[in-house]
Design a protein around this ligand. Structure first.
Ligand SMILES: Nc1ncnc2c1ncn2[C@@H]1O[C@H](COP(=O)(O)OP(=O)(O)OP(=O)(O)O)[C@@H](O)[C@H]1O
Length: 256
């Protein structure tokens, strides 16, 4: 097997405040292959966002390491894109200008990169709205604009921290399919944090179930190929889907 795209070795992080030291995650060990989509599920506070912050280079872990393509992560880089629950669009900028914010910050705003942003807006069904403002768009459209902003700098790794959870159910399912297709087409490596077990199964190749206090990996579930190959919306109807759902539900229920 080829070298993993992301290698997480013995990752431990302790948050220290003037009142206490809180071991948020302990000895996280995870290898993620290029093009793989993995979800992290677990009870609230088990350290899912902490793991993403370490991968993004926003947080220096207390112990252990993370490498992407054998390069140790020590600070944020353009290799890693981050998408969050809230779209964080600037209300006073057009959708196209919002999509280009990251490029602007990185000094990569060129004629070609703007064309790329326009291409992605088209691909994600927002071509007609590039000169609109965020307040003129629905929640699902805003989240698609946030996805374009994340993809436009061509990150190889995508960190998705509950990006669908603020959407209504119909938009959530539509966006899951769109993100699934877009990331597969571009062979991106992705890590999704979600509380929605069905979403995790429908979108992932693997699911890491985490324990609480401190956050540790309890189990890794490989999603069978016939589910992985089906788009998220239809995957929910595929044989075996709900067996996995109940297995994960039971695992998480033990932590309550
Ligand atoms: N900046 C911080 N300072 C101190 N403690 C923190 C900080 N950020 C997170 N924690 C603590 O670390 C633990 C893990 O938090 P984290 O946000 O990573 O969990 P999570 O699994 O993403 O939670 P949720 O599912 O609720 O979003 C929690 O106990 C949290 O209170």
């Amino acid at each position: 097997m080829e070298n993993p795209k992301i290698s997480i070795e013995n990752l431990t992080h302790v948050y220290v405040t003037n009142k206490e030291a809180n071991v948020a995650i302990e000895n996280i060990q995870l290898a993620i292959q290029r093009g793989e989509f993995i979800s992290l599920v677990g009870p609230s506070g088990c350290g899912k966002s902490t793991i993403l912050s370490c991968i993004a280079g926003l947080l220096q872990p207390t112990c252990g390491s993370i490498s992407i393509d054998n390069q140790l992560i020590t600070k944020p880089s353009a290799t890693v894109g981050y998408m969050l629950q809230s779209d964080y669009l600037f209300e006073w900028k057009s959708i196209l200008k919002n999509a280009c914010v990251g490029l602007e910050v990185m000094g990569q705003l060129t004629k070609d990169s703007i064309e790329h942003a326009k291409y992605l807006l088209d691909e994600l069904g927002l071509g007609k709205y590039q000169h609109h403002y965020p307040s003129q768009l629905s929640g699902g459209m805003r989240q698609r604009a946030a996805l374009v902003r994340t993809l436009v700098s061509s990150p190889e790794v995508l960190l998705l921290d509950e990006p669908f959870s603020a959407l209504d159910y119909q938009n959530k399912l539509k966006l899951e399919d769109l993100v699934f297709d877009t990331l597969k087409k571009q062979n991106k490596t992705a890590i999704l944090v979600t509380h929605d077990i069905a979403e995790a199964i429908a979108m992932s190749d693997k699911i890491a179930i985490l324990d609480n206090n401190p956050g540790r990996i309890k189990e890794i579930i490989e999603i069978p190929e016939h589910i992985r190959e089906t788009k998220p919306f239809l995957a929910r109807e595929v044989d075996g889907f709900y067996e996995i759902f109940h297995k994960i539900w039971k695992e998480l229920d033990q932590d309550e």
